[in-house]
Write a protein that binds this ligand. Structure first.
Ligand code: GZL
Length: 355
């Protein structure tokens, strides 16, 4: 073979080797990309529209969801904080539909106004799970499941605790002048807690002096309490529809020279509330400034995960899943409260229980 032919042969051999190496790399790269794609493809994509961060409860709820829907756990979470605006939640749901997520999870700020956007999700074939508050829709096939609290029962249990407390101390119903600092108007938590309060205060014959909106926040709760004090000097019990409002109410009462406590016959103002999540409110129970808190459990992450796992396995989870909740108080005089056959134990919070 002459020199030229030898050089061409070597050159061709080099070209073949180079092509083989490059083919190997591209396939490794393809494999890598494929591995990466397969890893991403294996993840269950969850779009979660959260109301906002208005309270300790809300933040605990967000943390619970974010701690469950992780890549290590087989999920990719797309989290949108709506800053209390329903329009932001509707926009978020539409973006989830555009991105063709596997599941939409919605914590609805209020009950109404969801039919159109949930119909769009249904048309797109994306299951919707409602968490915490409920939606009031014309067709309940627009969502697959709901998990949350029975807010009316929460309200009735706290009112029954108060009634037991007053009876044990010989305080007549006519001596009770009570105000309700309500949560975000139109939200299930507000609707249910107010309904429970209205029913029980009428049943017991309490004098309801005012309803003020507290929006589930500490600042608004403080404002609402000041409003109530300005026109109702005789108020001696305040029903706050969450802990954050109660913390604001304590500030307003103490600024007005009032003492917060259970001894209303000695001029103290009794405060009750809901959630039992943040340490500051629990500390106020231990020191007696808040007398009773209806538990409202925020840890919905594992509950929503369980629903999704069941749906992934082709099962049909319960449509409405209620969380069982208790009561926190600063006295052991009332060990439990029973309402329509549902008994709830009272957990006493003392200073030594706090972190
Ligand atoms: C109740 C939840 C309420 C809490 C508030 O499940 O919707 O909203 O009670 C929160 O603290 O803001």
């Amino acid at each position: 073979m002459n020199t030229r032919k030898v050089s061409v042969a070597i050159y061709m051999l080099m070209i073949i080797c180079l092509c083989t190496i490059l083919a190997g790399c591209s396939s490794r790269q393809d494999t890598a990309e494929a591995d990466h794609d397969v890893a991403e493809d294996d993840l269950i994509v969850v779009g979660f529209s959260q109301i906002g961060s208005e309270s300790y409860w809300r933040n605990a709820n967000t943390e619970s969801m974010q701690s469950v829907f992780t890549k290590e756990n087989g999920f990719r979470l797309i989290f949108e904080n709506a800053q209390q605006k329903q329009t932001n939640q509707i926009t978020a749901i539409r973006s989830f539909i555009q991105r063709d997520v596997d599941y939409i999870v919605l914590a609805p700020v209020v009950e109404t106004g969801w039919d159109t956007v949930l119909s769009e999700a249904k048309e797109a074939g994306i299951p919707v799970i409602i968490v915490d508050r409920q939606v009031d829709v014309s067709d309940d096939s627009l969502f697959t499941c709901w998990v949350g609290s029975d807010f009316e029962l929460e309200g009735m249990l706290v009112c029954m605790w108060m009634s037991k407390y007053f009876n044990m101390r010989g305080i007549q119903p006519s001596a009770i002048h009570i105000a309700d600092i309500q949560g975000t108007l139109g939200s299930s938590a507000q609707i249910g807690r107010t309904k429970g309060f209205k029913h029980m205060s009428q049943l017991y014959g309490w004098d309801v002096v005012a309803y003020e909106e507290g929006e589930f926040t500490k600042s608004k709760g403080k404002e609402a309490m000041s409003e109530i004090l300005a026109s109702h000097k005789d108020v001696n019990v305040v029903y706050c529809e969450n802990d954050s409002e109660a913390l604001g109410a304590v500030e307003a009462l103490e600024a007005a020279g009032k003492k917060c406590g259970s001894n209303i016959t000695k001029g103290e103002v009794m405060l009750v509330a809901f959630d039992g999540v943040n340490e500051e409110a629990r500390a106020k129970v231990a020191e007696g400034k808040i007398s009773c808190i209806g538990e409202c459990n925020p840890l919905h992450g594992p509950r929503v995960e369980s629903i999704i796992r069941k749906l992934e396995a082709g099962e049909r989870p319960e449509k409405y899943q209620y969380v069982t909740e208790g009561i926190f108080a600063n006295t052991s005089d009332i060990p439990s409260v029973m309402i329509s056959g549902q008994e709830r134990t009272v957990t006493v919070i003392t200073k030594k229980d706090l972190q």
